[in-house]
Design a protein around this ligand. Sequence first.
Ligand SMILES: Nc1ncnc2c1ncn2[C@@H]1O[C@H](COP(=O)(O)OP(=O)(O)O)[C@@H](O)[C@H]1O
Ligand SMILES: [Mg+2]
Ligand SMILES: [Zn+2]
Length: 288
Amino acid sequence: MSSPISSALPSLPVPDDQAIAGRPAPVCERHGVAKDAIAAAPNRAQLWICPKCADEDRSRATRLAHFDHDQKTRAAEQQRKQADLERRIGAACIPERYRDYTFDTFPNTDERAVVVLQRMRTYANRWYEAKKRGVSVLLLGDVGTGKTGIACATANQIVRMDHQTALFITAYGAVRHMRDTWGRKGKTEREALDDLLLPDLLILEEVGANVGSDAEMTALFEVLNGRYAARKPTFVLSNLPLDDFRDAAGSPRPGLQTFLGQRVIDRFRDDGSFVVSLDWPSLRGARK
Ligand SMILES: Nc1ncnc2c1ncn2[C@@H]1O[C@H](COP(=O)(O)OP(=O)(O)O)[C@@H](O)[C@H]1O
Ligand SMILES: [Mg+2]
Ligand SMILES: [Zn+2]
């Protein structure tokens, strides 16, 4: 005789290998029928998740997390690099109008210009070599021939290389930067000099103009000598010819050699350093 309680209960289907309450046994399309799953949780066949698929999902999730992390790291690195590049571009103080100049935008296709551009392009392309040797360049030419444009095109390429720094400053600006510390508290003259000695490349614009007193001339020499001693490349730009000359009124004028002295000029023929003459008419107002 069955007990009244047990007869009141509906009879539970016994799970077997094939079906639970008429439902087919769980089957993974990829891994087949999983008998162990039925044995472990016979009533939960609908919620069954193939353990092999679950393993795969877990490792996929781990891979995704790693990927995501790598992406974020890469993005952060990219952002840091970009910020560093922008900082170095800003610190180079390239005047606005020269900031986009490259060797390819140079308007003069004259064969002498092609030679000069090729020389400077090679310099930029082999920058690390030039930097190691301390190769400096003296760029000479009349107003408007493209000294500043070529020097800036070179610097624009160099500051886009990892960690490379440049500074564009007029000779007068450099002297003033040091003179501003004379007899004052705050930045010392040594620190001001360091500002000019530290950049990997220094472009000294308008050398031969506007430097007055002996003390100011001495400050200019400190920059040139300091960089030479530290084997740091410097571009010296000047409208003066090397040799003394007569101006339009016929008055004798000192050339750059007299202005800077033979010893300084000789260094631009040393260690691979070189002189470039921009020997063509002014490009100002010329159309490309
Ligand atoms: N790299 C360059 N790309 C485009 N234009 C240039 C470039 N270099 C020079 N120029 C043009 O030539 C003109 C004179 O060049 P600039 O460098 O100012 O001469 P300089 O310094 O010898 O007086 C500029 O105003 C500009 O129009
Ligand atoms: Mg110039
Ligand atoms: Zn599976």
